[in-house]
Design a protein around this ligand. Sequence first.
Ligand SMILES: *Cc1c(COP(=O)(O)O)cnc(C)c1O
Ligand code: SF4
Length: 397
Amino acid sequence: MKDSQIFNINELSNYLTSKKVEPELKADIFKGVKSNSMALKLTDHIVRLINWDNLIADPIRKQFLPLGSEYQPSHPQSKVDSLSEEKKQVRPGLIHRYPNKILFLLGTFCPTYCAFCTRSYAVGPNTKTLAKSYLTKSQTGKTDTLIDYLKTNVNINDVVLSGGDLLSVQPLIIDKLLAKLVTIKSLRSVRLATRGLLFDPNLFLPNTPLFEIITRYSEKFKQHNMELSIQCHFNHATEISSESQKAALSLYQSGVTIRNQTVLLDGVNSTIELQKNLIEKLISSGIQPYYVYQMDMVANAEHFRTNLETCISISKNLTGAFAGFQLPRFIVDLPLGGGKRSVYEYEFYDQKYGIYGFKSPIISGEKIYYYCDPLRYLEPHVQKEWHGKISVSELYD
Ligand SMILES: *Cc1c(COP(=O)(O)O)cnc(C)c1O
Ligand code: SF4
């Protein structure tokens, strides 16, 4: 049954009317669609997961249909491409940040768009607020680029295939790419990053093309002493529907490793209890909790960010609650391309301005990268000082 997907504003309007959403809330939702950097698109499965009777509090609605009234001004240091991915591409769609691992963008479309997407600079169609990078969009997915690069850079042993979502790529293309990757002797691991287990879990069930491809190559990779794994993205326990659980367990029982990445989102999953519930649900679905990300400093998504202390505190309170290998690592992906660090690894914390300084020796020696808390956590007079500052160092002059 596909009749409740929502792909445009008219379909949204009709759906809201059919659910008897009151006009004021409806207007706030439309305002949210206009403010969003990401396009409006909800799969049938997501529409059915949203609690339309309690829209304001619903953690799934918050991620895909933010309200206009929820938006807050971006932090002066936030950027559309907060991780400087586009600037740092070594080939179109190829980000080589760490010595031995790379990230390749397979495409720039997703079945549903997350309003806090780190790759908002390139993912999805243009929106009223954001014109997407044409360069990155038009150049991603050229898989020969990836294969050539791997052949000439034999120190790389790990590839993350991301995007955009895996589901926006034809299964046949994935099949052909994996057939090539499995022959590259220097590779140890290939990871398929997808939010598809949430957006459209039925596409991962036994007897589907994707299930067949993933399980077949998972076996083949193992025979070559390599690993093919899935990196999924669930942020809240209610996202793991019975269908998602069934799909994940089927893959798990066929020998496929699935690891989950969560983004810490204010009001969605920003408490100890919610993270604990999520971890329990992941484990019972055959999924390993891998990372919990401090939300990146993405422009136009400020209301999703917590301060770093929230992330550290949740982490501290969960240590010891699960077997060590089931406990996710709490990390921050440093602005401007410093890479991922444990949230505990900062060199200094300036409480007044809400600035954390991190080093990233593997990437750039002694250079300091700054992560800044949202201004709403700071004293009003400090918030004023921040305004108009274009670099962290200006604050200290
Ligand atoms: C996240 C990321 C990876 C993979 O990092 P892990 O910490 O090994 O999961 C690789 N390359 C880039 C550019 C990344 O952002
Ligand atoms: S699925 Fe991933 S790439 Fe797609 S919009 Fe969501 S966060 Fe961005």
